[in-house]
Design a protein around this ligand. Structure first.
Ligand code: SF4
Length: 456
């Protein structure tokens, strides 16, 4: 079936089943060319699962498909091997940043506590020759803090003539790509401009950390370990801050499944090691996560912040109400029978389509929506917890949810490192450098629609 949004001849809309809302695009991979086969549901075939791009493969151009396929274990080992050669001009510092939604996968898969899993993973990567292993939670802190500020600003600016609401989250690259490449106006103006944790981690490593280490950004090879393939696509997007210095924020994304496969197939002896921090002398700190089960907790943190800032209301526990299904939930702040804030979490293809439909119809009751491409959220990313036939390993996922829920929660405001970085790295919390390092702009297909046609 042809996709209505796509102009490319070869594009075809993917068929979705009830159980599997995901479509895939085949891209050539070096592994394929060499006839190698991996065990992790054919990950070596480098398929991009568009749980994600949601509608059709117009989200991925042929050129991008090739670039995505080049982000694989072979690419990573090539850098490791060059580091072992005598020609030091080709040596690069290898830094790996791990997403918090990946760690529960390693813990559940290897039956370890999440702390032991992070030490095993870190020890494994270092035994291969990786120099630094970071946790991306600090980047999510920045992303949430900037999203909170933006929501409050939009709420105050919002009016019928120039609607600034709803604000839609921008941390999920599958969703953002779909919004940009397929939906365009009038959806893109509602995407939060805060960069995703992956993009911010790229700036932290290639800008802040590089300066600290007195290295040029291109001397660092930065790898992200992530729960999904969509982050490989995201890595292709140029980052203004680091691109101006001749280097992408993230050079390669490997999924948790790809790394687990390497661990299983490796015979290197592993000594457990603590995670590094960006601050040299400061060693591993206790693992922590953000509030909320499905993502980095944008909805819960922004809701509490907005309730306090806009209405001076302290919200303790955030109460979710499932509406159509467990992946479409609502959270409201009410006072004297009046709804002050109405937020929603919409995960997975069907729920996103409903949100988009409502937006297009012009009747949208929400101030804010946390949008994630994967049903169930990031723990259910297609790059981890999959069975050999490419379906979610439900038992493993259940274990991962329990492990994730047990990680202590910390407010992004509570991180002293983040507050210091605002001053030391970004010249304050409201500087041009904050805009450059922590915010982005979106493009969309087609002509901008008159936003007054839509009544939010
Ligand atoms: S929901 Fe999370 S895991 Fe799924 S595509 Fe988006 S960022 Fe990746």
């Amino acid at each position: 079936m042809k996709c209505e949004h796509c102009t490319r001849k070869e594009c075809s809309k993917k068929t979705k089943t009830d159980d599997q809302e995901n479509a895939s695009v085949d891209v050539p991979s070096p592994a394929q060319e060499n006839g190698e086969k991996g065990e992790f549901h054919k990950l070596a075939d480098a398929k991009i699962f568009l749980s994600d791009c949601l509608a059709c493969d117009s989200c991925v151009s042929a050129e991008e498909g090739i670039q995505v396929s080049q982000q694989n274990a072979k690419d990573f080992f090539q850098v490791l091997n060059l580091n072992k050669k005598c020609d030091t001009s080709k040596h690069r510092v290898l830094a790996v940043s791990v997403c918090p939604q990946s760690l529960p996968y390693f813990a559940a898969k290897f039956s370890l506590s999440v702390t032991d899993a992070s030490r095993r993973l870190c020890g494994f990567l270092k035994s291969l020759g990786v120099h630094y292993v970071f946790d991306t939670t600090i980047a999510a802190d920045f992303s949430i803090l900037e999203s909170q500020k933006e929501f409050v600003r939009r709420f105050r600016q919002h009016n019928e003539e120039e609607p600034a609401l709803p604000m839609l989250t921008s941390a999920c690259p599958g969703w953002v790509r779909y919004a940009e490449r397929v939906l365009g106006h009038p959806v893109t103006p509602h995407l939060c401009t805060a960069k995703s944790p992956q993009q911010i981690m790229g700036s932290l490593v290639k800008d802040y950390f590089a300066r600290r280490q007195n290295l040029s950004p291109d001397k660092i090879f930065h790898v992200i370990v992530a729960p999904c393939y969509d982050k490989k696509l995201e890595a292709l997007q140029e980052d203004v801050l680091t691109a101006s210095r001749g280097s992408r924020g993230t050079d390669c994304v490997l999924t948790s499944g790809e790394i687990a496969q390497m661990m299983e197939q490796s015979d290197v002896s592993v000594r457990e090691a603590a995670l590094d921090t960006l601050f040299g002398d400061v060693k591993e700190e206790e693992l922590r996560r953000h509030d909320g089960a499905g993502s980095d907790g944008y909805l819960a943190h922004i809701f509490r912040h907005a309730a306090k800032e806009l209405f001076n209301e302290d919200v303790g526990e955030v109460t979710y109400r499932a509406l159509r299904n467990k992946d479409f939930q609502e959270v409201t702040l009410e006072k004297s029978g009046e709804v002050l804030l109405r937020f929603a979490a919409a995960y997975g293809f069907r729920n996103i389509q409903n949100v988009v439909l409502k937006l297009k119809k012009g009747k949208f009751p929400y101030h804010f929506v946390e949008v994630l491409a994967c049903a169930g959220g990031c723990l259910n990313g297609r790059g981890q917890a999959q069975t050999t036939d490419g379906r979610t390993d439900k038992a493993l996922l259940q274990k991962m949810k329990g492990i994730y829920a047990d990680i202590p929660v910390q407010l992004p405001e509570a991180s002293t490192h983040v507050q210091e970085l605002y001053q030391e790295w970004l010249d304050g919390t409201d500087s041009p450098r904050v805009q450059e390092a922590l915010h982005t702009a979106y493009q969309g297909p087609g002509q901008p629609a008159d936003s007054r046609d839509i009544k939010w």
